[in-house]
Ligand binder design. Sequence first.
Ligand SMILES: Nc1ncnc2c1ncn2[C@@H]1O[C@H](COP(=O)(O)OP(=O)(O)O)[C@@H](O)[C@H]1O
Ligand SMILES: [Mg+2]
Length: 347
Amino acid sequence: MTVRKRRILVLMHETLVPPESLEGYTDKEINEWATEYDVLAGLQKLGHDVYQLAVGDDVHVIREAITEIKPHIVVNQLVHFHGIAQYDQHVVSYLELLGQAYTGCNPKGLTLCRDKALSKMLLAHYGIGVPKFAVYRLKQRITPPDGLKYPMVVKSVAEEASLGITQASVVSNEQRLKERIEFMRDSYAVDVIVEEYIHGRELYVGVIGNRRLISYPVWELPFENLGEGVLPIATERLKWDVNFQKRHKIETHRARDLDPLLERRIGRICKQIYRVLGITGYARIDLRLAEDGSVFVLEANPNPDLKFGEDFAESAEAYGHSYPDLLERILQLGMNYSAQQRRRARA
Ligand SMILES: Nc1ncnc2c1ncn2[C@@H]1O[C@H](COP(=O)(O)OP(=O)(O)O)[C@@H](O)[C@H]1O
Ligand SMILES: [Mg+2]
């Protein structure tokens, strides 16, 4: 792939600005800002002029940096703004209004995916398998959901990164359900979604593209080392605690023993999900594969973690897109989206 040297501005959360070198830091510390470190290093290695901007709660700094640096493209590594997850789409809208090309998903795709209930309604409309669900807004009275079977999973409608997800998130009776909904609302001030628990394998599928899409090989989060009596779910601890991951040998890998036909079907379903939800750039779709081969979507994650060695980059590599190649493709998709968007806006 030929690389044209570009001026790039990388937007990142002010708490996640990486140091120049990894030396002297523990695995746990590195894990915090490893993505930002890898992305910056990867873009530099490609030969681009890379600038970085720490973003907190002020959009003006973004505009100032864009005016000063005049980047060909902004690499968007923000997943919230001012600590509010739903605001990530607004930053991207702001970039679009400034006529600034950026990487990753457009505002509409971010908005649709951010809401785990809205996205499931849309997907269900197209016949894509989703767990049955009910929503409990912050102050709404809690009555048992109609037509849902236990066990159920209680989670935030809009937050991500397994926020508040522990073994207690899976409930098997009305009392526990009520307690957990209240716990989530009291602890995090969030609207809550309750879903039927899907027994099965946990699969992650990377998809990349704007119009022509590629789905990467299916990845799996294995649960077999969790031990007896532990529910196979991606809790907050499992996702973020590096010591826990080491202790239980939790490492995602290419899904083994998947029938090639099934793997192809999963790829097709994931591309359809990507299109229905209006995603551009790149995304990771979280799925559950039930024993009988039916596929259920848990959620679509636009702008998934780009850390080197993480599921998305690993599955890209397995497909044949090495890490630098992946970063370069993401830049090009951002440039193309922006050019099309501007043409459409003027037409
Ligand atoms: N309906 C469900 N059935 C089975 N497991 C679920 C379900 N919903 C969530 N989980 C478990 O909880 C994890 C986090 O849920 P997810 O909807 O992906 O939220 P997040 O945005 O926090 O990643 C999943 O990876 C899965 O292990
Ligand atoms: Mg998830």
